[in-house]
Write a protein that binds this ligand. Structure first.
Ligand code: KG4
Ligand code: ZN
Length: 354
């Protein structure tokens, strides 16, 4: 089939309604966006992974397959629109788990053909960043001005991104090993905390002393990050202390969480401050699952006050994976007239998208 038919029929009317689909990891999500106003955002999280202490790709794909139709149906109903009012479908192409992504991509293709509307592919990470452009029906949210810097911190990625426009972004620094979210999750696992560990550590850290323990900080070039040394240092501290006292973790859980979280935040902020100094950019945003962390949010605001930054914290519902951000990114690609072909396939790694 000639995918050009999609371009011919793509209406460039004034108001654009986008159906966003997100299925890159373990959340099945669909959202309806009218221009930049979010009409609905439905997320089905997959509890099946909790007992395994991490996402099992095979189980994730199956759960997406079960969830996708009801989730889309609910998103349309909550938005109060019929499928005929959708102008285009935006879907996450990657990075992520291929088996999970396949469900969203295939769904988008089917609906595109059935409705004779175009599809737009979205880079999941750009989606996280562009969640800062979303408004709600009853209230406008604060939006950073271009160019802005975004600290993107999720379970799979940690990057400092220079955002020049909704479609032009440059990665200034990235992790050379683990992501910040991985550091939270892996250290939580060592302490016997449930998956995902980030929110649990966040909660326990409130009751602990952030200076109680000292863990290794990395020395990395430029604006890059590294978290594997911290993870090892955390592991060795626990191993040594548990030899002396078998109940050490239980007795010191809050202090361990507070100290670990403070170290991760210090590492994240050091490079972000450097990036702001080097670029002269003072509109600073954070995005991704770890941007829900209360300590990180407070620290960014405090640094902002000290350094004259305008800081932008995403609404908590836009921090973890959601289709609202995918619809927002898709909207801008749609406006540019960049549509996906019908033979498009998902990609696991970010490098394959560039
Ligand atoms: O963006 P996301 O939902 O999925 C990926 O694209 O990776 O991020 C998930 C990550 C997990 O590592 C989770 O532990 C972390 O975000 N996370 C948090 C918090 N909430 C979620 N980390 C620290 N503090 C939190 N409050
Ligand atoms: Zn994500």
């Amino acid at each position: 089939m000639n995918p050009d038919f999609l371009r011919i029929f793509a209406p460039m009317n004034d108001t654009i309604t986008i159906l966003g689909i997100e299925s890159s990891c373990d959340d099945t999500s669909a959202a309806v966006l009218r221009d930049n106003v979010l009409l609905s955002n439905v997320i089905a999280s997959q509890a099946v992974h909790i007992k395994y202490g991490g996402v099992i790709p095979e189980l994730a794909s199956r759960a997406h397959q079960q969830n996708i139709i009801p989730v889309v149906d609910t998103a349309l109903k909550e938005a109060g629109i019929s499928v005929d009012e959708v102008d285009a479908i935006a879907f996450t192409r990657g990075p992520g788990l291929v088996g999970s992504l396949l469900v969203g991509v295939s769904f988008a293709k089917g609906l595109s053909i059935a409705q004779n509307i175009p599809m737009v592919e979205v880079n999941h990470l750009q989606g996280h960043i562009l969640s800062h452009l979303i408004d709600l029906p009853d209230r406008e949210l604060p939006h950073p001005r271009f160019p802005f810097l975004c600290l993107l911190v999720s379970g799979g990625h940690t990057q400092i991104v220079r955002v020049d426009s909704p479609t032009e972004m440059e990665i200034l620094g990235t992790t050379i090993d683990d992501a910040a979210g991985e550091a939270f999750d892996k250290c939580a696992k060592v302490m016997g905390l449930p998956y995902p560990g980030g929110p649990v550590i966040d909660r326990l850290a409130h009751e602990g002393d952030p200076k109680a323990f000292h863990f290794a900080r990395p020395h990395v070039d430029g604006l890059n990050y590294s978290f594997s040394g911290l993870k090892t240092s955390f592991l060795y501290t626990l191993r040594d202390k548990v030899k002396e006292d078998a109940d050490f973790i239980e007795k010191n859980k809050a202090d361990l969480c507070a100290s670990l979280q403070a170290t991760i935040i210090d590492i994240l902020l050091k490079q972000l401050i450097r990036a702001s100094k080097e670029t002269g950019i003072r509109d600073i945003a954070i995005a991704g699952g770890v941007s829900a962390n209360s300590g990180l949010r407070e620290a960014i605001v405090a640094q902002g006050k000290k350094r004259g930054w305008k800081t932008f914290l995403p609404e908590l519902k836009f921090t973890t994976d959601n289709a609202a951000m995918i619809a927002m990114a898709g909207y801008h690609r749609y406006r540019q007239g960049v549509f996906a072909e019908l033979d498009i396939a998902p990609v696991a790694r970010l490098e394959e998208l560039l």
